[in-house]
Design a protein around this ligand. Sequence first.
Ligand code: ZN
Ligand code: FE
Length: 256
Amino acid sequence: MSSFEVVPLRAFADNYIWTLRDARCAAVVDAGDARPVLDYLRTEKLELVAVINTHHHADHVGGNAELVRHYRVPVYGPHDERIREVTHRLADGDRATLPHFGIEFEVLEIPGHTRTHIAFYGAGMLFCGDTLFAVGCGRLFEGTPRQMHDSLAKLMRLPDTTRVYCGHEYTLSNIHFAKAADPDNQALHELEARAKKLRERDLPTLPSDIGQERATNPFVRCSEPAVVRSASRYAGKELKDPVSVLAAIREWKNSF
Ligand code: ZN
Ligand code: FE
């Protein structure tokens, strides 16, 4: 594996197109828009070697067609015909080695936000699209609370030090909600102070890491008594299992 860095390119209001790069080449994750990618490749004099997709939403795949017109590169993504440009369709447990960089990713199926959402895990990095956010999770557009719960639990089994590259800059608004759902959690207040400083300087709050999510993310803390209590209060009845707690706080957050 050559040495590389991971650069966030911004797209739309709050998307990140995570870009792996070294001195010569680049690979992009979830290029919803080709423009910022093409501009970056040109100014940095880089050649594109691969496109990676986590799920079919336009703000994650909208740049595919134009990118593959400019560069004939493999496109790694889920088994989902809604993403037409995918050349390598991947299922749970599959491995994909990124050309040039030699990074081997393991594919994790993590349905919930969408039916066919996948994540890429390798070299201590997790690219998880819109399933896991810093201090939050994606909306349940095509999945059930049970699926989202199991997908998040799967990600939480990765090492604490795993860097988490999410699809959107939602951290501060997620913290705002998390303080209501998990009010006694001191780690949230510490994280909020750090995140605010970064956002004041217009810097990303990402990547997060799995240890931080375990400590701060109410959607992975659905068995913690404080989260169960506030979810039960919101639901108006005593919730007895983590899936019901997740369902309640996801609904709560939708209108928070
Ligand atoms: Zn999405
Ligand atoms: Fe998105």
